[in-house]
Design a binder for this molecule. Structure first.
Ligand code: OOG
Ligand code: MG
Length: 256
């Protein structure tokens, strides 16, 4: 039986070198979700050992559109690192990724620790600010196809993210319209309500998820709530601009 450490090495190398791999469940159909989270944790330790740093967590598959697009119907989570955060308005180098896609999200930044079973009121009281965000996801599996344990082991496809301006934590984000345009043409239209009915539910889910792994959301941590629409596959030359009602704009350009 392949060790969890060996699986962590495989997914880490695939991400580091942007080289697609077969699904782990092809050869290990019995891989449990619990073991997959252990693989994720081990693979992230390899990244930290190379000098990267955890800056928060991302929630995934928190909207029906996302679940349908990838055929997995469970909420997942992963870790965000410093090197994944890219400057808003800047470039995204496509060659660093296997087959990147972009999706509109909402980001929270924490001012207090949060973990375990918390109410929405407790969660928002721990938030410093809220920003419009886009996540760049990049499954390391061939053809962007995976089962639940595969995607979990692969840090839930996290690969990069852009944040817009920070807004007051009191901003009502329950149902904000958003439009993602590529070279001026709308490719996705939606609402933050698609994220578990309210993005704050994603934050309470994040607090529960990290506690199960023996961790906390820490002051300064960023939490990405999950894509509100299906993700858009990126091509070189695309200028992607996402406008969120009230929250603001996030834009970037895809380069070689
Ligand atoms: C899995 C990660 C999902 C989201 O926001 O729903 C995700 C994937 O679609 O590759 O990041
Ligand atoms: Mg996402």
């Amino acid at each position: 039986m392949t060790s969890l450490a060996e699986l962590a090495r495989i997914v880490d190398e695939a991400a580091r070198t942007a080289a697609a791999i077969p699904q782990l469940t092809e050869t290990l159909p019995e891989l449990s979700v619990e073991d997959a989270y252990a693989v994720q944790a081990l693979s992230m330790q390899r990244r930290y050992a190379r000098g990267d740093r955890r800056v928060g967590v991302k929630m995934g598959l928190t909207s029906r559109a996302k679940m349908q697009q990838v055929g997995v119907s469970e909420v997942v989570w992963g870790r965000l690192t410093e090197s994944m955060r890219l400057p808003e308005g800047g470039d995204l180098s496509k060659k660093r990724f296997v087959h990147p896609r972009v999706e509109p999200e909402v980001a929270f930044i924490m001012k207090k620790p949060l973990a375990g079973d918390v109410s929405a009121a407790e969660a928002i009281a721990a938030v410093e600010a809220i920003a419009p965000a886009v996540e760049i996801i990049d499954s390391r599996y061939r053809d962007f196809k995976f089962a639940l344990p595969d995607v979990v082991a692969d840090n839930s496809s996290s690969s990069a993210f852009f944040l817009g301006e920070w807004n007051s934590p009191l901003t009502d984000v329950s149902n904000l319209g958003l439009t993602m345009e590529v070279n001026g043409r709308p490719v996705q239209i939606g609402s933050t309500a698609a994220i578990l009915g309210h993005p704050l539910r994603s934050l309470t889910a994040a607090a529960r998820a990290v506690a199960r792994a023996g961790e906390r959301l820490e002051p300064g941590d960023i939490v990405l709530a999950g894509g509100a629409t299906a993700a858009h596959p990126l091509s070189v030359g695309e200028y992607v601009r996402t406008t969120f009602q009230t929250l603001g704009v996030v834009a970037f350009t895809v380069i070689e």
